[in-house]
Ligand binder design. Sequence first.
Ligand code: ADP
Ligand code: TRP
Length: 334
Amino acid sequence: MRVLSGIQPTGNLHLGNYLGAIRNWVRMQDDMSGDSRCFFFLADLHSISVHEGREQRLANVRDMTAALIACGIDPDRSVLFNQARVPAHAELCWLLNGTARIGWLNRMTQFKDKAGKNRESASVGLYVYPVLQAADVLLYQATHVPVGEDQKQHLELTRDVALKFNTDFGVDLFTLPEPYIPKESARIMSLRDGSAKMSKSDPSDMSRINLSDDDDMLAQKIRKAKTDPEPLPGEAAGLEGRPEAQNLIGIYATLADMTPDAVCAQFGGQGFGAFKPAMADLVVAKIGPIRDRYVALRDDHAALDAILEKGAAKAAEAAAPTLRGAYDAMGLMR
Ligand code: ADP
Ligand code: TRP
């Protein structure tokens, strides 16, 4: 079993990123036994698909590295690195451009969403993004790729690329990866609107819980979260049609490792005036220590760079045989 996943280094990590992605990585890392390893990386090469200045990009990579470590990714147990320091990613991406089909890329919904109406002016990088993602996964012979639902299509493309390459060149080079989408994987919604997902791009900071918020801010955001006037139901089924209530109960349940039914059983019949303080305490207890570690690490650039450099060396070593195999299979190098 080889676990691999990547995340784009965008600033401002929030509770949705933590509960929807990073916490699952930490759990997989902690469940590994023997020599099995997890590979986690910052997809900085993918971030070229949107324009960003030099300083911002450097800051985002370091920031996200600090956040991942603060959340529990251990660079001594997992291989933690940024893509750009491992040239094999860009190299294999180019080789796989010979295998991936334009028709496949044209079907990618993320491209359609992100390019919007003005497709002609989207960058080529945004279009080829899924091929780079295939290279990320195939380089390491990953078997399990923990991702959100939105990445399922990219993983299917990765399998298609792997299968076509193996078939076209008559080799058994690439392992076909499985997406791993945890069932209980949380979809955290905005605190201001239960129908919109919590996102760094929401203009209202009150809509999200940032991993950098201090305790007062965390409590204030929970206190001001949008709700409805009804008391909480005794069972989760009663949350149907109450998106804000459902979201808060969902966040509580995920952070407390309880089912929504158990949370409703505990708070059923009470109003939000009773529930919110309990929720604020829970959020502060769970997010506070992560924030403290994050804030302490964030500005230690030398330590973060050293971690990434060490991770990149391990990653490059693990990627080398597959990259060599791809060149060889294609008759580019023997
Ligand atoms: P954002 O929406 O803030 O721009 P990204 O698209 O950069 O976040 O997502 C990074 C990771 O966090 C992805 O794996 C994504 O599935 C997860 N994620 C982002 N927002 C949420 C959310 N509201 N609930 C659950 N997971 C989320
Ligand atoms: N595209 C992924 C996202 O936006 C990030 C990513 C890049 C990734 N390469 C990957 C995820 C390889 C898993 C495997 O969330």
